[in-house]
Design a binder for this molecule. Structure first.
Ligand code: NAP
Length: 327
């Protein structure tokens, strides 16, 4: 891990309200990096409480958000966006004065709207979104390195205590993230195009393929390396989380979807008219965008074989394909 360890814990007690992929990754990273003295987590079901205890990623696992938040210096809601307002209402009477209250939701306008009004004055509300994840869910899916080299976007409401914002930024940096600050509505517009729309397209295309006839469907699966495989990975993302994202970021997603549909129509027209020049110009522009992403270190230039360690077949290839020692 390349993150810098703070010389002393940044917070005494961290409460994680929800220990799925993101909550359990924060727990693992915060412990590895020594950013907090104690971690308390909420898990509503007995089975999850047992699992979190077995994994040993929190010092205490409690049943309610109120119990976890009581006495905590940093409280992070790590649950789907749609329940965060209710969580804020539940924890409000139990918050310690001076506590920093945050979240990890993929939409920020709705979080500010739903959580903010419940929180008492005297606590510092600093919403956050670590732009890092996988298609897996639950406490077993998390890992300490998830945030390394990724961005965490803070969207503090106007007038938020700067010292609280700085402390939360230091927390995320200690977990390996780069930190940026934005207005919530700007965050939602940016993420609509970089994350929400790509997920919607993946959900659509995988659903469309599934509606094809049985014979075609088996060919879709067999030849899925041709781009489709990447869509299936994205389309395996958590249904609750993504339902909430589209409900909560409706306006920005619809705006981006309008622009996307116009561009799709242009490409459709170019294909119909056999306009190779237009297609080439478009693909050349998008290739340059991909190179830009690699250049700023947000992805690797290595070819994606769809397997982390592509291997040659264990059995020797039959002649004439196998090279022999007397060749
Ligand atoms: P996850 O693995 O499904 O975990 C969500 C957790 O929230 C579950 O443990 C669930 O517990 C818990 N939960 C649900 N309702 C709750 C409530 N009322 N009180 C306390 N806990 C509750 O999901 P995740 O991927 O970690 O996503 C969590 C948040 O992170 C979402 O807001 C999402 O937008 C954001 N996020 C996700 C990603 C990603 O790629 N996955 C990336 C960045 C941000 P039960 O098992 O008891 O239901």
């Amino acid at each position: 891990m390349t993150a810098e360890r703070p010389s002393a814990p940044l917070f005494n007690r961290l409460a994680l309200l929800g220990v799925g992929l993101i909550g359990s990754s924060i727990a693992r990273a915060a412990r590895t990096q020594g950013t907090v003295r104690e971690i308390v987590a909420t898990a509503r079901s007995a089975a999850t409480r047992r699992r979190v205890a077995e994994l040993g990623i929190a010092d205490q696992v409690v049943e309610t958000n109120a119990a976890a938040a009581a006495g905590a210096d940093l409280v992070i809601a790590c649950a789907p966006v749609g329940v965060c307002g209710e969580i804020a209402r539940e924890i409000a009477p139990h918050l310690k004065p001076g506590a920093v209250v945050s979240d990890v939701g993929s939409v920020k306008g709705a979080i500010v709207r739903d959580m903010g009004p419940h929180l008492p004055s005297g606590v510092h509300f600093v919403p956050a979104h670590p732009v890092a994840g996988t298609e897996h869910s639950g406490p077993d899916a998390g890992f300490a390195e998830l945030f390394v080299g990724r961005w965490c976007i803070l969207t503090p409401p106007e007038g938020t205590d700067q010292a609280a914002v700085d402390r939360l930024a230091a927390f995320w940096r200690a977990l390996g993230a780069n930190v940026d600050t934005m207005r919530p509505d700007h965050h939602d517009l940016v993420l609509a195009i970089t994350s929400h729309l790509p997920h919607l397209i993946a959900y659509t295309i995988v659903g469309t393929a599934d509606e094809l006839a049985e014979v075609t469907r088996s060919e879709v699966l067999k030849f899925s390396a041709g781009g489709f495989r990447d869509f299936t990975r994205i389309a395996a993302s958590d249904p609750t989380m993504w339902r909430d994202v589209f409900l909560a970021n409706k306006d920005a997603v619809l705006e981006m979807l309008g622009t996307f549909n116009e561009d799709l129509s242009k490409l459709t027209r170019a294909i119909r008219r056999g306009d190779g020049e237009a297609l080439f110009a478009h693909f050349a522009r998008t290739r340059a965008i991909r190179r830009g992403i690699v250049d700023i270190g947000q992805d690797s230039p290595a070819p994606d074989f769809g397997r982390s360690h592509p291997q040659l077949p264990a059995e020797p290839l039959p002649r004439p394909y196998a090279a022999s020692s007397d060749d």
